[in-house]
Design a binder for this molecule. Structure first.
Ligand SMILES: Nc1ncnc2c1ncn2[C@@H]1O[C@H](COP(=O)(O)OP(=O)(O)OP(=O)(O)O)[C@@H](O)[C@H]1O
Ligand SMILES: [Mg+2]
Length: 203
C-alpha cells in the first residue's frame, strides 16, 4: 500500500521533474500495485468465505437479490440491462454470505452481457431443477469448461476485454459448499449463461 501511495505522490507532485520514461515506469508501477492490492483483497475474501462462522437464520433470498440489483443500479442503467427477480423460497442461511454469492453472480452477468444488443438478467427459482438461478443472455462459454470456471484464477475470457481476477466463482462455490449445497453452470457460447444453486432450505 505504501508503494502505491509513494508512487502516487511522485506522479502527482514531482511529475514535472521527471522525464517521460520515468513517468511511464512510475505509472506502470502504480497500475500494478493497484491491481496487486485488488488481488490481495480478493484472496482474503476467498479465505474469509471458508473460515467465517455461518450466522444462519431464515432469509428472504428474493430481498437479497433485489438489494444486489440495487447495488449495481448504475451499471444496470448505463448498460440498459433488463433485470427481473422471480420468487425465491425463504432459506435458512447466512444472509451476508448469500449477498456475496449473488453479488458475484450478478456482477458476472453484467460484465458478460456488456456487448449484447438487449442484455437481460433474470434471477428466481426453477421448480423443475429445484434450484435458485441467475441467468443472462451474454457471451456464455463452452460447457467443456463448466467446472473450470469455479476454480481459483480460472478465466475463460480475455483480460483486455473483461476485467477480473477469477476469484468470484471460487468464493461462490466455497460459500455454497459451507451451506452443504451445490452450485453449477449451464451455458452455450453466444447464448448466455445460467448459474444454479441448491441449498437445503431448512439449513
Ligand atoms: N455470466 C457469465 N457468462 C460468461 N462467462 C462467465 C460468466 N460468469 C463467469 N464466466 C467465466 O468464468 C470465469 C470465472 O468467473 P469469476 O467470477 O470467478 O472470475 P472473474 O469475474 O473473471 O473475476 P473476479 O470475479 O475475481 O472479478 C470468468 O472469467 C468468465 O470467463
Ligand atoms: Mg466475477
Amino acid at each position: 500500500r505504501s508503494i502505491e501511495g509513494f508512487s502516487k505522490i511522485l506522479l502527482d507532485e514531482y511529475s514535472q521533474h521527471l522525464d517521460e520514461e520515468c513517468r511511464h515506469y512510475l505509472s506502470r508501477i502504480r497500475c500494478n500495485t493497484v491491481r496487486m492490492s485488488a488481488l490481495i483483497e480478493d484472496i482474503l475474501d476467498l479465505s474469509r468465505a471458508g473460515r467465517i462462522e455461518l450466522q444462519k437464520k431464515p432469509v428472504h433470498l428474493k430481498e437479497i437479490v433485489k438489494n444486489v440489483f440495487n447495488d449495481f443500479k448504475d451499471e444496470i442503467e448505463i448498460g440498459s440491462i433488463a433485470v427481473s427477480t422471480g420468487d425465491i423460497p425463504v432459506a435458512n442461511c447466512d444472509s451476508s454470505l448469500m449477498q456475496v454469492v449473488f453479488s458475484n453472480l450478478i456482477s458476472n452477468a453484467i460484465k458478460f452481457t456488456k456487448d449484447k444488443e438487449s442484455p437481460e438478467i433474470a434471477a428466481g427459482f426453477d421448480n423443475e431443477k429445484n434450484a435458485i438461478f441467475v441467468k443472462d443472455n451474454g457471451i456464455g462459454f463452452d460447457m467443456q469448461y463448466h467446472n473450470k470456471v469455479f476454480g481459483v484464477f480460472q478465466r475463460l475470457h480475455l483480460p483486455e476485454e473483461y476485467e477480473g481476477t477469477g476469484i468470484g466463482l471460487a468464493i461462490v462455490k466455497r460459500i455454497i459448499e459451507r451451506h452443504h449445497g451445490k452450485v453449477w453452470a449451464e451455458s452455450e457460447p453466444g447464448k448466455g449463461a445460467a448459474f444454479f444453486i441448491k441449498i437445503p432450505l431448512g439449513g
